[in-house]
Design a protein around this ligand. Structure first.
Ligand code: AMP
Length: 214
C-alpha cells in the first residue's frame, strides 16, 4: 500500500508517519528530511534547496521529484511506503502518478491532516528539534526533561530556521496556494481521506490506522 500524508506545516504528518513506520514496517519517505540531510552533507541539491527552505518557499518540483524517483526504486519500497510531505503541488502529484504507473502501482489513499492556521502557528513557534536525531519537542505541550536538550540522545535542541514566526506565515500561505489543490485532485480519484489533526496525537494515530487499513 502506498499512502500519501499531506496537510499544512505543523499538522503532525511527520510524527504520525514515523508511528506508521513502527506499526506497518514500511518506510517513511519525507522530502523535508531528505532535503535537510542533503543540506547537512553540503551537497549541491542541499545548497540549492536551502535558499528556498529558509524563506518558507517550496523547493522546485524537479528537485523533489528526482529525490522521490530515486528513493522509490530502492528495495525497501517494494512492499509499500508512506509519503510524508510529497506531493506538495499538482505537478508533483501528477509526476508521482506517472512514476508509480511505470511500476504498475498507484497511490492507495491520500490522507489530509485538517487543522486551523491559528493552531498551527502555536504549534510551530513552540517546536524544538534535536540537531542530532531529529526528535521533536514543544515548549508547552511536549517539554524535554532537561531544558534545551534531547531526551533521547542528549544533544542540543534548536528551533528550525523555517519555524520562525515570519517564515511560518509564509509557509502557511504557500500551503493554501500550492498544496491545498491536492484535496480536489485526490477527491476526484476517490482516494481522499480527511483526519481532524487537532485531536490528541494518539487519537489521530488510531484514526489514521483505521482509514488506511480499509
Ligand atoms: P517539511 O519538513 O515537510 O515541513 O519541509 C520543510 C521544507 O522543505 C518545506 O517548507 C519546503 O521548503 C521543502 N520541501 C519539503 N518537501 C517538499 C516538496 N514536496 N516540494 C517542495 N518543497 C518541499
Amino acid at each position: 500500500m502506498i499512502i500519501v500524508l499531506f496537510g499544512p506545516p505543523g499538522s503532525g504528518k511527520g510524527t504520525q508517519a514515523k508511528r506508521l513506520v513502527v506499526q506497518s514496517g514500511k518506510p517513511q519517505l519525507s522530502t523535508g528530511d531528505m532535503l535537510r540531510t542533503a543540506i547537512s552533507k553540503g551537497t549541491k541539491t542541499g545548497l540549492e534547496a536551502k535558499t528556498f527552505m529558509d524563506k518558507g518557499s517550496l523547493v522546485p518540483d524537479s528537485v523533489v521529484v528526482e529525490l522521490i524517483r530515486e528513493r522509490i526504486q530502492e528495495s525497501d519500497c517494494k512492499k509499500g511506503f508512506t509519503l510524508d510531505g510529497f506531493p506538495r503541488t499538482l505537478p508533483q502529484a501528477e509526476s508521482l502518478d506517472l512514476m508509480l504507473k511505470s511500476q504498475s502501482r498507484q497511490v492507495g489513499y491520500a490522507v489530509l491532516f485538517d487543522i486551523q492556521d491559528a493552531e498551527l502557528v502555536k504549534r510551530l513557534s513552540g517546536r524544538r528539534t534535536c540537531l542530532k536525531c531529529g526528535a521533536m519537542f514543544h515548549l508547552e505541550s511536549a517539554k524535554p526533561k532537561r531544558d534545551g536538550f534531547c531526551d533521547q540522545c542528549d544533544s542540543f535542541l534548536v528551533q528550525r530556521d523555517d519555524d520562525r514566526p515570519d517564515v511560518i506565515q509564509k509557509r502557511l500561505e504557500v500551503y493554501h496556494k500550492q498544496t491545498s489543490p491536492l484535496v480536489e485532485f485526490y477527491k476526484k480519484q476517490n482516494k481522499l481521506k480527511t483526519l481532524d489533526a487537532s485531536l490528541p496525537q494518539d487519537l489521530v494515530f488510531t484514526k489514521l490506522v483505521e482509514v488506511t487499513s480499509k
